[in-house]
Design a protein around this ligand. Structure first.
Ligand code: F6R
Length: 594
């Protein structure tokens, strides 16, 4: 969601800006633009669509040593060139990620002062307000400081000032921004993956800080005072953005789950003491959004069923505004791949006021959530480039299984030696599922208008994730239902050949789900049955059209396997429909606005 880049140094800025923007493409965007200084003039080039469209408009002979760039994910105003960034007002040119909540109010003030606006964006207002303050104070640092007192909402902003052509400025609140440090050159980016090849060190700008960036100097200010900053080191292997001959990042990332389980076993299973002891809390709340929320729901199920402890799960965008019952004996666990999701981050800030202890299950190191929580367990999945989350999900579920395992062992409910063997078998089981030939199933269902996913208990949660994967990348409407709930309304939508994907891995309720499958089969549905092998039940061949057997592992780990065929069914349907799998329309990888 909105990517920001900036460069100041000795090289031509344009190729560097474009390279950075391409690296941030994974965040999701609908238009892109750059601004750079050429012969003391600020030039702006922007357009809708892919960065390649912008690239074609650029004149690379325009040598410029300072510039900013942006990929926009529309929030205020439609997707068009006027609304895309950079925006300019008077001496000020900016790119912005976030939402200026009081922009209507500020727009009125500025309109009365003679400012006019071309776009529908909050960003243009933010830009004009900086110009207004700069005109008044004649000092850009004072102007930005004054703006921060007035601006409500979130902003990560890179700023160029016409009469200060040798400096870039940044300011930030509640949206991420980093400054990459080079030799006689410095960079700005929403996240350091944009320039991980160019720099080995970077500064993370914190809320309410202003940065002044020259090619050979960086100064950070807070409340008008210059402050010291920490320098972070770039972890080079954290950014593997090579597709390695895979057709799509999503397929690559699905396949990586096999080795990832090995990696996680080595890091965590062998050192269970590294996993937080959650036994001392009275309550556990798990929060997250989308796929991370689904992983949290699996976490609830695992902790409740295998370590006998009640857990509540919440969607972060709700939790941040709802009444909560939490205190210093409550552990709040936030699951997030990016570590930047605005709603999840806001929940962490909220529960700190209640005295809660916070644990992050996070993929991106040094991300905002990783830094905001009291303790973090990294999911070690490596960079996830495809917008649809796959390996990050299974690694989150893996970490939740370890939290349940540790608590279960502490309570004497789980035998560690037996379960260790099952963790070790995960890679080979995953390999079997990734090598399965799904073509037969896909050829039958890829043109469907609607697909329904059925399961009970923990299987229903896997189906929520399977259904989300299908929706987001193939644009096929789908819903996941608790199998017993379908006949309370939705079964009216089932007609001849409606695809139903059903999952049965919980033996205790398998026969109940089978009855529900028979109900849809009787109405002509085309049923794909995913079933844990060796279930001790009789399955009538007439109740499914296709069957996929999933290796049986311990119930604590079964959800990690169950999701693999669901990811691959979604992937293959999207591929057959010719969708832009890695960058589905309207979606952003890092959702930094609420
Ligand atoms: C779906 C997907 C999203 C994210 C959600 C939370 O495939 O990727 O639903 O899971 O936006 O993102 P993170 O995990 O970065 O907090």
């Amino acid at each position: 969601m909105c990517g920001i880049v900036g460069y100041i140094g000795k090289k031509n800025s344009l190729p560097i800006l474009i390279k950075g923007l391409k690296r941030l493409e994974y965040r999701g965007y609908d238009s892109a633009g750059v601004a750079y200084i050429k012969d003391k003039n600020i030039k702006i080039v922007k357009t809708v669509g892919k960065i390649n469209n912008l690239d074609k408009l650029l004149n690379y002979n325009d040598e410029s040593f300072i510039g900013i760039g942006h990929t926009r994910w529309a929030t205020h105003g439609s997707v068009d060139t006027t609304n895309s960034h950079p925006h300019q007002a008077g001496s000020i040119t900016i790119v912005h990620n976030g939402i200026l909540e009081n922009y209507q109010e500020l727009k009125k003030i500025l309109t009365n002062k003679g400012y006019t606006f071309k776009s529908d964006t909050d960003t243009e207002v933010l830009c004009a307000y900086i110009d207004y303050e700069y005109t008044k104070t004649k000092n850009i640092l004072d102007a930005l400081n004054n703006c921060m007192k007035v601006f409500e909402g979130s902003y990560a902003t890179a700023i160029m000032v016409k009469d200060i052509p040798n400096k870039l400025f940044v300011m930030k609140k509640d949206s991420p921004l980093v400054i990459g440090i080079g030799e006689q050159e410095n960079y700005i980016a929403s996240d350091i993956s944009a320039y991980a090849d160019e720099t080995s060190a970077y500064i993370i700008l914190e809320d309410m800080e202003i940065g002044q960036i020259e090619k050979d100097n960086i100064s950070i200010y807070k409340n008008k005072k210059e402050i010291k900053y920490n320098i972070e080191q770039v972890e080079q292997d954290a950014f593997d953005s090579d597709k390695n001959n895979y057709e799509h990042y999503m397929l690559k990332e699905i396949s990586e789950q096999e080795n990832l389980m090995d990696k996680l076993n080595n890091i965590y299973l062998k050192n269970l003491d590294k996993i937080m002891d959650i036994s001392k809390y009275n309550k556990i709340h798990i929060i997250g959004c989308g796929t991370a929320y689904h992983a949290g729901m699996i976490g609830k199920y695992l902790i409740e069923n295998y370590s006998d402890f009640e857990v509540n799960t919440y969607i972060a965008s709700e939790y941040r505004y709802q009444k909560i019952f939490a205190d210093d004996k409550t552990l709040v666990i936030a699951a997030s791949q990016s570590g930047e999701t605005a709603d999840t981050l806001a929940c962490i800030k909220k529960v700190k006021k209640y005295g809660c202890k916070t644990l992050g299950i996070v993929n991106v190191k040094n991300s905002s959530i990783a830094r905001a929580v009291d303790e973090v367990i990294y999911t070690e999945a490596g960079q996830e480039v495809a917008v649809a989350s796959t390996k990050a999900y299974s690694s989150q579920v893996y970490i939740f299984s370890l939290l349940a395992l540790k608590l279960g062992i502490t309570k004497g409910l789980i035998n560690k030696n037996e379960i260790n063997k099952e963790y070790e078998k995960l890679p080979s089981y995953i390999s079997k599922l990734t090598n399965y030939d799904y073509e037969d199933i896909i050829s039958k269902i890829w043109q469907a208008k609607d697909v329904f996913y059925l399961g009970r208990g923990i299987d229903y949660i896997s189906m929520l994730e399977g259904s989300l994967k299908l929706k987001e990348i193939s644009y096929v409407h789908s819903e996941a239902y608790q199998a017993g709930e379908l006949k309370h309304g939705t079964i009216s939508l089932i007609e001849k050949d409606t695809p139903i994907i059903a999952l049965i891995s919980d033996e205790t309720i398998a026969l109940k789900t089978i009855s529900n499958i028979k109900e849809v089969k009787a109405r002509g549905a085309y049923v794909v049955l995913l079933i844990k092998e060796d279930l001790n039940i009789n399955i009538d061949k007439e109740c499914y059209d296709k069957i996929i057997e999933i290796n049986a592992t311990d119930n604590l780990l079964q959800p990690i396997l169950n999701v693999i065929p669901l990811q691959l069914i979604a992937y293959n349907i999207a591929k057959k429909r010719g969708c832009d799998i890695d960058k589905p329309r309207n979606l952003a990888k890092s959702v930094t606005v609420e």
